[in-house]
Design a protein around this ligand. Structure first.
Ligand code: AMP
Ligand code: MG
Length: 414
């Protein structure tokens, strides 16, 4: 943290963009890396550039089934060439294609020496040992050049890239059995609140089951971090202090829920502020307005609000990219946002960024979006029924049916 005071600054109001910027500029990737077999690298983040050890493809080769020819022989409307051999993928033609000659080639076969172009099978007519071929459209056609995918000595993948299916394939195409990936960050999380009961026992009057730990378990597991679930912590100073201290010792980052709202019995905030360097924010966002961010020992602290939907919105819209940066991903991938027609009116006040949950559907060839029912910040059903966030910026007021709105599909986000 850059706040030199070492104690809590007064509550301040921030835009979503400002809050994200503060998080992203504070956080740096975790130290440490390991070498893993490439299958185990799925979802991990590359520690170093991966340099191609050889050209891919390694040789000029045919992109089609057909005949390898010399462009110089192919100028007449119809050209009669002697077929002198065959080149298969994995079975090269050992000779040289001379003037007036052609070699039958299969897709992926090394282009025979002497030839520079390929004529597709469908354009050829056999005539005994010879073949009749039309004039070339383009010298060099249907040939994949050596190194056109990846050139030897050049980075094929950059450090900071998250490894997905395509990256796994590319690593394999370069012959790598192992790859260096950054250590997975360790993230501790717990719920705060005297009213919370853990699942597995009956509810006492006034209690609610702790759901936040399960949504956080879900989002963090998908993110691919190591998780440390610390359970429910009572609104009780000694217990809470112990939990924060343990989390700070064990983890790179701590996520808590509850206890940061205005009007909350303030000791959660007091303890956070006392144990580290923590700021309390009011963010111009709905839902998810209160949030704490700071440093406890060597760990980052993200204090999320308590209401279950507020937790998810605040996490996805503000915190997640900071954790992605902690994982070492660089640059952060953009989040796609699309335009859709509002199928119903949506109430909104200006001055804050709102993320109602929506159902994106297609009607009349047009993507439209409606609200996913009751939008209360405690109504998880609004997330369950939804397939997107509707993104209503600070400047927008209420939306009328038929207006264009931005939507952020959950696919790829949650
Ligand atoms: P708080 O931010 O602690 O004032 O909590 C706001 C609301 O969210 C209250 O109604 C809490 O009961 C509820 N809440 C807080 N934590 C959880 C949790 N872990 N699971 C379900 N509801 C919660
Ligand atoms: Mg509470």
């Amino acid at each position: 943290m850059t706040d030199p005071s070492g104690c809590a600054s007064p509550e301040s109001a921030l835009s979503v963009a400002q809050a994200r910027d503060i998080l992203l500029s504070a956080i740096t990737p975790v130290d440490g890396w390991e070498t893993v077999p490439i299958r185990s690298a799925l979802g991990r983040v590359l520690m170093r550039d991966v340099v191609a050890p050889f050209d891919v493809p390694a040789h000029d080769n045919s992109a089609m089934d057909g005949f390898a020819v010399r462009a110089a022989d192919m100028t007449a409307a119809e050209n009669r060439l002697a077929v002198v051999g065959t080149a298969l993928a994995g079975g090269a033609f050992s000779g040289v294609v001379g003037p007036g000659q052609a070699v039958r080639v299969m897709t992926g076969a090394v282009l025979p020496r002497g030839a520079d172009s390929v004529v597709v099978q469908e354009a050829a007519r056999m005539d005994g040992e010879a073949v009749l071929l039309p004039a070339l459209q383009r010298p060099g056609q249907h040939v994949r050049r050596a190194g056109e995918d990846l050139a030897a000595g050049k980075p094929a993948l950059r450090a900071g890239k998250r490894i997905g299916p395509a990256e796994l394939g590319l690593l394999a195409s370069l012959g790598f059995a192992e790859v260096a990936v950054r250590r997975r960050p360790r993230i501790a999380f717990f719920s705060t609140g005297d009213e919370l009961a853990s699942i597995g026992r009956p509810l006492a009057p006034g209690e609610v089951y702790d759901s936040n730990r399960y949504t956080l378990y879900g989002v963090l597991s998908r993110l691919g971090v190591d998780i440390l679930d610390m359970g429910v912590v009572r609104d009780e100073p000694a217990e809470m202090e112990k939990a924060f201290a343990e989390a700070a010792r064990e983890a790179d980052a701590i996520l808590t829920t509850g206890g940061v709202s205005v009007g909350e019995a303030d000791f959660v905030k007091d303890i956070m502020a006392r144990l580290g360097e923590v700021r309390f924010w009011k963010i111009d966002i709905k839902p998810g307005r209160p949030m704490a961010f700071g440093r406890l020992g060597d760990a980052w602290l993200f204090g999320l609000p308590g209401n279950p939907v507020a937790v998810m919105v605040n996490y996805y819209q503000i915190v997640q990219d900071a954790l992605v940066k902690l994982q070492g991903v660089d640059p952060l991938p953009p989040r796609p946002v699309f335009k859709a027609l509002a199928a119903e009116a949506i109430r909104k006040v200006t001055g804050r960024r709102e993320f109602p949950r929506g159902v994106l559907f297609q009607e009349g060839g047009q993507w439209q979006v409606r609200l996913s029912g009751n939008q209360g910040s405690g109504v998880l059903r609004s997330m369950v029924e939804a397939n997107c966030f509707i993104v209503l910026p600070e400047t927008s007021a209420s939306v009328a049916a038929g207006d264009w709105v931005d939507v952020q599909p959950f696919d790829g986000v949650v």
